[in-house]
Design a protein around this ligand. Structure first.
Ligand SMILES: C[S@@+](CC[C@H](N)C(=O)[O-])C[C@H]1O[C@@H](n2cnc3c(N)ncnc32)[C@H](O)[C@@H]1O
Length: 202
């Protein structure tokens, strides 16, 4: 599955970057949510599944130490070229959310903004366990995802994705060793319902 996702994003990396790879494309409520979340973290942040790196750069410019990681080399190359040495020094790496190349307890926050949406439901525990492992105790996870009434697949523009009801995701986060502290949902005509869950590593 990871290879399929990587291939699909690699084939459309330029298009994705042009349409969604900037903070101008981010909903103002999401920006405010992520900013408030990051302001409450003390140590380094990981932008897990950073895509073109716009969130990573944004967080760095807010004064956070942040690393971006993504499976798609074209995204990481774009991120390094565009954000890596502009006015902040950001570490962008190619890597998998299912086997993060970071030590246990090495970060204080993980932003997973729409980056586990392509994991098949039985496999989403993999990245959740990795997020827990790399977070220090009390570290925060902020997940953005497509919200819906049932766990179900749909035809995302790039590759199959899954929508999640908040209680289902919250139960998995609890099983994975997180306490959910905050939930946000938003729906608007013409847009897929959005969800965000903030959780803390027990
Ligand atoms: C919908 S995009 C979101 C990108 C970015 N977070 C944003 O908000 O624009 C999903 C991203 O997750 C990455 N991704 C998905 N599964 C991954 C995995 N197993 N390991 C690393 N990256 C992954 C994809 O390559 C893609 O960049």
């Amino acid at each position: 599955m990871t290879e399929r996702v990587t291939r699909a994003y690699s084939a459309r990396a330029d298009e994705y970057t042009a349409v969604l790879g900037s903070m101008d494309a981010v909903h103002p409520d999401d920006r405010a949510l992520v900013d408030a979340w990051a302001a409450g973290r003390r140590g380094p942040l990981l932008d897990a599944g950073c895509g073109p790196g716009h969130w990573t750069a944004h967080l760095a410019r807010q004064g956070n130490r942040v690393i971006g990681i993504d499976a798609v080399p074209a995204f990481v190359e774009h991120a390094r070229r565009t954000h890596g040495a502009v006015d902040v020094d950001i570490d962008f790496r190619v890597g998998s959310l299912d086997a993060l190349p970071f030590g246990d307890g090495s970060v204080d926050g993980v932003l997973a903004w729409y980056s586990v949406i392509h994991h098949e439901p039985p496999r989403i525990g993999g990245p959740l366990a990795e997020f827990r492992r790399v977070l220090s105790p009390g570290g925060g996870l902020l997940l953005g995802f497509f919200e819906g009434p049932a766990v179900e697949a749909f035809d995302h523009a790039v590759v199959t994705a899954f929508r999640w009801p908040v209680p289902s995701l919250a139960a998995l986060l609890n099983e994975a060793g997180f306490d959910v502290v905050d939930v946000h949902t938003r729906s608007a005509p013409g847009h897929r319902p959005h969800g965000a869950v903030s959780a803390v590593r027990r």
